[in-house]
Design a protein around this ligand. Structure first.
Ligand code: AMP
Ligand code: ZN
Length: 113
């Protein structure tokens, strides 16, 4: 989607601080980090949110979770603890309508909500 900022990052049109990429996902640093480690894992395919994941995307969902775990290890968060978040819709606090998962860690995180 041409107007979507994460599609533009995926295509390379907009630069990002890329940490990881493969044929299905990319991961880059959040531009406005809320924790010492704040990465975004983003499927290359444009889906607005988890609501648009279909049965054909079940492999993608599993792959995203696997990459999140690997990145948590790589960032030395495995022994400390971390948080994975995917905001969905207005009341969920979603500001970019391209499915993404936040990986947050490196400090004691506050309560959810
Ligand atoms: P959400 O509010 O859950 O939709 O998350 C969107 C996230 O994308 C926010 O944490 C933003 O700081 C982040 N973000 C927006 N634009 C960029 C960008 N160009 N590069 C990196 N992160 C971005
Ligand atoms: Zn998009």
């Amino acid at each position: 989607m041409s107007g979507c900022i994460f599609c533009r990052i995926v295509s390379g049109e907009i630069p990002s601080q890329k940490i990881y990429e493969d044929d299905r996902v990319i991961a880059f640093k959040d531009i406005n980090p809320r924790a010492p480690v704040h990465l975004l894992v983003v499927p290359r395919k444009h889906l607005a949110s988890v609501l648009e994941l279909g049965p054909e995307d079940s492999d993608l969902g599993g792959h995203v979770l696997h990459v999140l775990g690997q990145l948590a290890r790589q960032e030395d968060l495995a022994g400390r603890g971390f948080r994975i978040v995917s905001n969905c819709g207005q009341e969920g606090g979603q500001t970019v309508d391209h499915l993404h998962f936040h990986l947050l860690g490196g400090r004691r995180l506050g309560a959810m909500g």
